[in-house]
Design a protein around this ligand. Sequence first.
Ligand SMILES: [Zn+2]
Ligand SMILES: [Zn+2]
Length: 99
Amino acid sequence: MNKQEYKKYLKSPHWFKLRQIYIYDNPNVKCSKCGSVENLNLHHLNYNNLWHERPSDLAVLCELCHYYAHFKSDDGRIGKIVSLGELLQTVTPRQRMEA
Ligand SMILES: [Zn+2]
Ligand SMILES: [Zn+2]
């Protein structure tokens, strides 16, 4: 998939509908990383099933966590996509301070 195709995707009714289902029509929606209910985005954990995503391909993330999810990407959008596990590790601040 190239950038142009992905741009088209982001403007598609399909993507709009996904966000509707996962975010706007979901009364219990929250960021899957930090639990925030503000500035939520729908994030692709992978692009393997583009146009027919399964729930495991997507994650609801707040703006900050979404930023971190793309932190490792070369072009900030489609690059190295981190898995949710890797994402959680990446974003979780160190819980323990040095003694
Ligand atoms: Zn994303
Ligand atoms: Zn978050």
